[in-house]
Design a protein around this ligand. Structure first.
Ligand code: BTN
Length: 281
């Protein structure tokens, strides 16, 4: 353990961890600037696959697209996992989808709630974001060397932990379930699901995730969406996902089907909220 002054979370997590690879070793900090920044450095220095970095608070939590990630102390999960898959760099973005599925399964198992995934990797409950994922790749001459999967889950954050402009967009498992969730139980469950899907994905690729992915990500299907993609904004109807995990969108202008690997989706008219999202009912 490194830099720990409040080790209860890490100690409890170590006791509950049942994974073979993920979480070994486990670097724990009471406060850090960003678990991703630290994990990126560790990976560059040769850290092994499965090493994780966890903190109780982040002073400079990083979000996607240069945004910051609200990281108050003692209530949430700030986790970065170092992976070294033997796949091409073009397959690496699928790890975003894999991480989102693992988070959704952990929420479902530990909180008995049914989350939805907003492609590619936001996890929502009742239309509000409870988890964000930031994957960072390390390559060498085009070869993938490591992927740092940064996962932030709002577990027990009260509404007051979020700035006012996020009150109608962000939530926590406490706020949606009405009960405090044990962070070590949640994190152990998440790492178990992450390891299970990672092993399957290494063997079979995206098809190994497809059923679970479609169960959680179906909220977007058939809807009119706008995707701010690196190649420009695409507006159209979400058709489904291909075998590489790309989102297929029928464009409004020329009916052309776009295959999108990354971007920021908004559902035109907004996400459905509440129970009707749950395909298990
Ligand atoms: C997003 O913008 O949705 C992605 C948020 C990712 C936040 C997590 S918290 C753990 C890890 N460390 C960081 O600095 N960011 C990621």
């Amino acid at each position: 353990m490194s830099g720990s002054s409040t080790p209860d979370f890490a100690t409890a997590l170590r006791v509950k961890l049942q994974t073979k690879t993920l979480g070994h070793p486990l670097h724990y900090f009471s406060t850090i600037d960003s678990t991703n920044v630290y994990a990126v450095r560790l990976a560059r220095e040769g850290a092994i696959e499965g090493a994780i970095v966890i903190a109780d608070a982040q002073s400079g939590g990083k979000g996607r697209l240069g945004r910051s990630w609200v990281s108050p102390p003692g209530v949430n999960l700030y986790l970065s996992v170092i992976l070294r898959p033997s796949v091409s760099a073009t397959a690496a973005p699928q790890l975003n989808l894999l991480a989102a599925v693992a988070v959704a399964e952990a929420i479902s198992e530990v909180c008995q709630l049914f989350p939805s995934i907003k492609w590619p990797n936001d996890v929502l409950i009742d239309g509000k974001k409870v988890c964000g994922i930031l994957a960072e790749m390390q390559t060498d001459a085009g070869e993938l060397r490591a992927v740092i999967l940064g996962i932030g889950v709002n577990i027990n954050a009260p509404l007051s932990a979020f700035p006012e402009e996020l009150h109608d967009k962000a939530s926590s498992l406490l706020l949606v379930s009405g009960r405090a969730i044990d962070r070590s139980v949640f994190t152990a469950s998440l790492l178990t699901h992450l390891e299970k899907y990672y092993v399957l994905w290494l063997e079979q690729g995206f098809p190994a995730l497809r059923t679970a992915w479609e169960m959680y990500a179906s909220a977007v299907l058939g809807k009119r969406i706008a995707v701010a993609a690196p190649e420009g904004t695409v507006t159209g109807v979400a058709l489904g996902f291909d075998d590489g995990g790309a989102l297929l969108v029928r464009g409004e202008r020329n009916e052309e089907v776009h295959r999108l690997l990354a971007g920021d989706v908004s559902v035109i008219g907004g996400y459905d909220r509440g129970e009707k999202d749950d395909p298990r009912r």
